[in-house]
Design a protein around this ligand. Structure first.
Ligand code: ATP
Ligand code: MG
Ligand code: MG
Length: 545
């Protein structure tokens, strides 16, 4: 931690040194309007990570002030994501909606101080009156309402006497402030909508700028960490707390750069569209950048946290290459998971000179992985190899089986092609081969040189599996919309063949399929009778840009 302290931890350490707070308290404050994505993982890692590093605590707060988009389902998804990443929030989950009564009292206090007023301009007029960067705004005539009238109107807004948009509550700050956000920002708006927690109790809902700082204060937050786009909102944050004289402890806002990753989108609105319009199978579709999607794809929490650590915390927005995320999962699984064999597009090979059957002893791990374990691989005269591991007219540099070139069957023998059998259309249907009895892996005395070892499965003992091959969701680095979706982001192989130990022994739920990549037994659809494996990532970064 010390070797590369980020700017947020530097701030926290300075505050600790200055005895500014009794305890470091952070919060992760999502709006429950969608499933959290990898960007939220960054925020979770920062907020919970800082609390952990400085013996403080982190709250999980649902920032639920928008009744039309929020749902308990998303609350559950957010809790799941935080827990899965390995963090614990302090006490119960908090909800901004639990603070509605308190927030309302603070609003009345501002009115009484002459610092807030009910405005009755239309939305359009409010925008027009605000002015521009070069032109100061002007204040609404309604800003001169008396305290009594303002209190009365706010109460009636709350009770539902007015239609949406008829009035708003605004802070009375400065209509010519250089920071446009400070030109009498909105504090409350009318919404006649059912809230998933407070039902129909409220007809007014606090705006982010009012609710957020006060929720932080109510919870005793010391460091309120948010993304860069809120930089200009910081003045309002400070104004509300200072005007109300809320000081012990007084939270401060600090901004960091949002995470963006290429070939995907990170806005819940766009992700919701993919779900609602069935472009993906759900929020947990393995192609989604959601934590639920990455999890179902087979990503580990360790790989995601390591990714968040690697990208660091910066003050300037940037785009991270998805290859870096892929590197992190590959790196994590490389030292952990068993190597097994799967054939995606089977081509039958009959080994003419082999009689009977045997069980070959095969280690699950290569020598450079310090893990133990092996399985028995059934072998007989009929096996399947990958169709493209054979070539009748091999291009230069083709190292696998050809009519002239022998190949090793991984963990087994060297075979040579004797005859190629084709159907009426000329498609290859079978290879007749011979094996070399003295070439067995581990005790090879044949002296035959081969250029590669290929995966294979025994024709009689292999199990059929569905394999889902995932590719990037979008075809371009900075997708704009649906037109950029990758039409080939999912390819389903219904009749792949896997060696039996995967299913009978279950040495793990994640595997390296030799020469294919890393795969994960789909946690939803997998059964022993109908196994389903998701491709997590290929063995190397071979994606063509
Ligand atoms: P979206 O555009 O996906 O709706 P949001 O900022 O509205 O994002 P919230 O639920 O309000 O989503 O975010 C909760 C917390 O996560 C906030 O503190 C927010 O700053 C942070 N966060 C959201 N997206 C990212 C991201 N891409 N990178 C880093 N932090 C993020
Ligand atoms: Mg938000
Ligand atoms: Mg949002």
């Amino acid at each position: 931690m010390n070797e590369s302290k980020d700017f947020l931890r530097t701030i926290v350490e300075e505050d600790i040194k200055a005895h500014k707070y009794n305890e470091v308290v952070t919060r992760f404050p999502p709006e429950p309007n969608g499933f959290p994505h990898i960007g939220h993982a960054k925020s979770i890692a920062i907020n919970f990570g800082i609390a952990r590093d400085y013996n403080g605590h982190c709250n999980l707060r649902m920032d639920d002030t928008n009744p039309t988009t929020e749902d308990t389902r998303y609350v559950e998804a957010l809790k799941d994501a935080v827990e899965w990443l390995g963090f614990k929030w302090e006490g119960n989950v908090r909800y901004t909606s639990d603070y509605f009564p308190e927030l309302y009292e603070y609003a009345k206090q501002l009115i009484k101080m002459g610092k807030a007023y009910v405005d009755s301009l239309s939305e359009e007029e409010i925008r027009e009156y605000r002015g521009t960067v070069t032109e100061p705004g002007r204040r609404s005539v309604y800003a001169e309402r008396s305290v009594e009238e303002n209190l009365d109107l706010l109460e009636r807004m709350k009770n539902g006497e007015f239609k949406d948009g008829e009035h708003v509550l605004r802070a009375k700050i400065d209509m010519s402030a250089a920071n446009m956000k400070m030109r009498d920002p909105l504090l409350y708006r009318i919404r006649h909508a059912h809230h998933y927690r407070t039902g129909d109790a409220w007809n007014i809902y606090p705006m982010y700028d009012f609710g957020h700082c006060l929720s932080d204060y109510i919870e005793g937050v010391s460091h309120s960490i948010c993304t860069l786009e809120f930089e200009n909102n910081r003045d309002i944050y400070d104004w509300v707390l200072d005007t109300l004289g809320l000081t012990s402890p007084r939270p401060y806002q600090h901004e960091f750069a949002r995470l963006g990753i290429n070939y995907t989108v990170m806005s819940k609105r766009k992700l919701l569209e993919l779900v609602n319009e069935n472009y993906v199978s759900g929020w947990d579709d393995p192609r989604m950048p959601t934590i639920a999607g990455l999890r179902r794809r087979g990503y580990t929490p360790e790989s995601i946290l390591n990714f968040c650590h690697q990208i660091g915390i910066a003050k300037a927005n940037s785009m991270v290459d998805v290859a870096q995320l892929e590197f992190c999962i590959r790196d994590d699984l490389n030292t952990k998971v068993p190597r097994v064999m799967c054939v995606l597009d089977p081509l039958k090979v009959t080994i003419e000179n082999y009689e009977g059957s045997e069980e070959l002893d095969a280690s699950y791990y290569p020598e450079d992985v310090p893990k133990e374990g092996s399985r028995k691989l059934p072998f007989s005269r009929e096996i399947f190899i990958e169709r493209d591991d054979f070539s009748e007219n091999p291009p230069a540099g083709f190292y696998r089986l050809t009519p002239e070139q022998s190949v090793r069957l991984k963990h087994a023998y060297i075979i040579s092609c004797k005859e190629v059998i084709k159907d009426a259309e000329g498609n290859i249907t079978e290879i007749i081969a011979t094996y070399h009895p003295d070439s067995k892996s581990g005790s090879d005395t044949s002296g035959i040189k081969v250029k590669s070892a290929i995966q294979w499965v025994d024709a009689h003992r292999a199990k059929t599996a569905e394999v889902r091959l995932y590719d990037r969701l979008y075809t371009c680095e900075a997708p704009e919309g649906l037109e950029d979706l990758n039409p080939d982001s999912l390819k389903v192989i219904k009749n792949a063949l896997v060696e039996p130990a995967l299913i009978t022994e279950k040495p793990d739920v994640r595997f390296q399929f030799e020469r294919q990549g890393y795969f994960y037994a789909d946690p939803v659809d997998y059964t022993d009778e109908a196994p389903v494996f998701n491709k997590i990532v290929g063995l190397k970064d071979s994606w063509n840009k």
